[in-house]
Design a protein around this ligand. Structure first.
Ligand SMILES: NC(=O)c1ccc[n+]([C@@H]2O[C@H](COP(=O)([O-])OP(=O)(O)OC[C@H]3O[C@@H](n4cnc5c(N)ncnc54)[C@H](O)[C@@H]3O)[C@@H](O)[C@H]2O)c1
Length: 356
C-alpha cells in the first residue's frame, strides 16, 4: 500500500492507495483513537457491493458501525438527505467521539463530510472513495457540501478527513463511463502540474483503460500527491488552489446549459480543457503542439473534445458570467503555458468564448 501525506499541520492526514486495502478500513479507523460507535454513510448501489466488506472490516477491529443509506444520485446531495443523515446519527447514538465513514463517490463524500463538519459542531470522518474522480480529487482537500435549488455546492464547509483510503479494486465495478469521466481529472492533473505524469498517461493509457492494478496505483498515487501539494499550499482556495479549475470554467457552463443531465462532470471538463488550451494558444501563451497533444490524449481516453455546436457562444458566455466564481463579468482563467505549466489570466467571458 502506498501512502501520501497531506501536510496541513494539526489537520495533516494520510491518503492510503492500494489494491484490496478496503480490508484495512477497520484497523486504520481504530488507529485514529475514535470511539466504538461509528457510522458508515453510503448509497444503495455501493451498499450492494462494498458495505459487507466495509462493515466486516470495522467490526473486525472492534468498532460498532451504524449504517446510513441514502439513495444513489447527485439529486440527493441536498438539505433533505443531510437532515436524514443527522436524524440517523442521533438515533444511532453517535457521539462526539464517534466518526463517520464516507463510502462511495463524490456525492456520498461531499454530503458525509458536511454532516461531519456540522453534527455536534463537528466530528471526525474518513473518506473511502469508490470512483476514480473521488479517489484522485473529491476525497482530498476537505471541500464538503450539498447543492441548493439555486446552484451546485452552494452550502458547505472546509472539513479535512482523518484519512483517505482509496482501494483501486473498487474501480472494477464502476460503470465504464464513470471511469472514463474520472480520467478527465487525471489528464487535467498531468496537464497543469506534471509533464512526467502526462507522458506516463500517453504511454500507459491502454493498461490504465484495462484497469491494470500496478498502473492504477501508480497514477492514482501521483494524482493524490499533486492534489495534496496544492491543498497544502492553499487549503481554502484563497488563490493557488484555483489552478485545479483548469477546464472547469467552460465545463461548468456546458453542464449548466444542459441541466447536468447530458454530460458527466468529467466529460464536460474534457471539452472545457480543450477549449482552455485553445484560448491559451490564441492568447499566445502556449504553442499549437501543446493543444494538439492535450486534445489527442483526451480523445484516446474516449472523452469528447468539442463544445457541442448547438450550445451557442452567447449562451456559454452568459452561463460563465453567472458562475459563482465570476467577478464583475471576468474570470480568473487557468491558461496552459505548456504541458505541466499554467498561468492565471483575468479574462472576460466574451474573450473566452471567442477562441473556444
Ligand atoms: N469535494 C470536492 O473537492 C469535489 C471535487 C470534485 C467533485 N466533487 C463532487 O463529487 C460529485 C461527483 O462525484 P462522482 O463522480 O464520484 O459521482 P457519484 O458519487 O455520483 O458516483 C457516480 C456513480 O457511480 C456509482 N458508484 C460509485 N462507486 C462505484 C463502484 N465502485 N462501483 C459501482 N458503482 C459505483 C455511484 O453510485 C453513482 O451512481 C459531485 O457532487 C461533485 O460536486 C467534489
Amino acid at each position: 500500500m502506498e501512502v501520501v501525506n497531506v501536510e496541513l499541520g494539526d489537520r495533516a492526514y494520510p491518503i492510503y492507495v492500494g489494491a484490496g486495502c478496503l480490508a484495512d478500513l477497520g484497523t486504520r479507523l481504530a488507529e485514529t483513537g475514535c470511539g466504538k460507535r461509528v457510522a458508515v454513510v453510503t448509497n444503495s448501489t455501493i451498499a450492494n457491493i462494498y458495505l459487507g466488506p466495509a462493515v466486516a472490516s470495522l467490526a473486525g477491529a472492534g468498532l460498532d458501525p451504524a449504517i446510513i443509506q441514502i439513495p444513489d444520485g447527485e439529486e440527493h446531495k441536498n438539505l433533505a438527505w443531510l437532515a436524514f443523515v443527522y436524524d440517523r446519527l442521533i438515533d444511532a447514538g453517535v457521539d462526539r467521539g464517534g466518526a463517520l465513514v464516507a463510502l462511495g463517490g463524490g456525492v456520498v463524500g461531499d454530503l458525509t463530510g458536511f454532516a461531519a463538519a456540522t453534527y455536534l459542531r463537528g466530528i471526525d470522518f474518513v473518506q473511502v472513495p469508490t470512483t476514480l474522480l473521488a479517489q484522485i480529487d473529491a476525497s482530498i482537500g476537505g471541500k464538503t457540501g450539498i447543492n441548493h435549488p439555486a446552484g451546485k455546492n452552494l452550502l458547505g464547509a472546509f472539513k479535512q478527513p482523518r484519512f483517505v483510503l482509496a482501494d483501486v479494486d473498487c474501480l472494477r465495478t464502476l460503470p465504464r463511463r464513470e471511469f472514463v469521466a474520472g480520467l478527465a481529472e487525471v489528464v487535467k492533473t498531468g496537464a497543469i502540474l506534471d509533464a512526467e505524469l502526462f507522458a506516463l498517461l500517453e504511454a500507459e493509457l491502454p493498461a490504465l483503460l484495462q484497469l491494470e492494478r500496478e498502473i492504477l496505483v501508480r497514477v492514482i498515487r501521483r494524482c493524490c500527491q499533486l492534489k495534496a501539494i496544492v491543498v497544502a499550499e492553499d487549503e481554502t482556495e484563497g488563490g493557488y488552489r484555483a489552478i485545479l479549475n483548469f477546464g472547469h470554467t467552460v465545463g461548468h457552463a456546458i453542464e449548466s446549459l444542459t441541466d447536468y443531465t447530458t454530460y458527466l462532470h468529467g466529460e464536460a471538463v474534457a471539452m472545457g480543457m480543450v477549449a482552455a488550451a485553445r484560448v491559451s494558444h490564441r492568447l499566445g501563451f502556449c504553442d499549437d503542439a501543446t493543444v494538439r497533444r492535450l486534445t489527442k490524449l483526451i480523445e484516446r481516453c474516449g472523452l469528447p473534445t468539442e463544445v457541442p455546436a448547438d450550445l451557442g457562444r452567447d449562451a456559454i458566455a452568459l452561463a460563465m458570467r453567472t458562475d459563482k466564481k465570476a467577478l464583475a463579468g471576468t474570470i480568473k482563467f487557468v491558461c496552459l503555458e505548456g504541458i505541466g505549466t499554467t498561468r492565471f489570466e483575468r479574462l472576460t467571458c466574451e474573450e473566452i468564448v471567442r477562441y473556444i
